[in-house]
Design a protein around this ligand. Structure first.
Ligand SMILES: [Cu+2]
Length: 121
């Protein structure tokens, strides 16, 4: 005869095996990605994210301010335009992208600084 505890464990195992497992995949967790602004460049300059993810830009220069803006003269506005305040050294700005598309952005003070965020649905 089985000891009571072993019997209980066996019954629990049988019960667990007979219960259908309802595995529901959780939605993909939103991710935060970082882009450094350093040496007059965005690094990485190209990132790909999923809709719902957030990108945080941080100015890592010693003394140079920069911003992050999709309002590029002569370029069409993306689905979700944005324009950060001027970021002083060590300041950050975060944007959560809900709309898929390719977002080209630049620094309005240094228009040769370009970056791209590709948002996939
Ligand atoms: Cu700049």
């Amino acid at each position: 005869m089985l000891p009571t505890r072993r019997l209980a464990a066996l019954l629990l195992a049988l019960l667990a095996a007979s219960v259908p497992i309802l595995a529901v995949a959780p939605p993909a967790a939103a991710v935060e990605q970082s882009v450094a602004i350093k040496d007059f460049a965005y690094a990485p300059a190209n990132i790909q994210i999923n809709a719902g993810d957030t990108v945080t830009w941080t100015n890592l220069e010693a003394i140079i301010p920069h911003d992050v803006s999709t309002k590029i003269p002569g370029e069409p506005e993306p689905a979700q335009p944005f324009e950060s305040p001027m970021l002083q050294p060590s300041e950050s700005v975060s944007v959560t992208f809900s709309t898929p598309g390719v977002y080209q952005y630049f620094c309005s003070l240094h228009p040769t600084m370009l970056g791209y965020v590709t948002v996939v649905g």
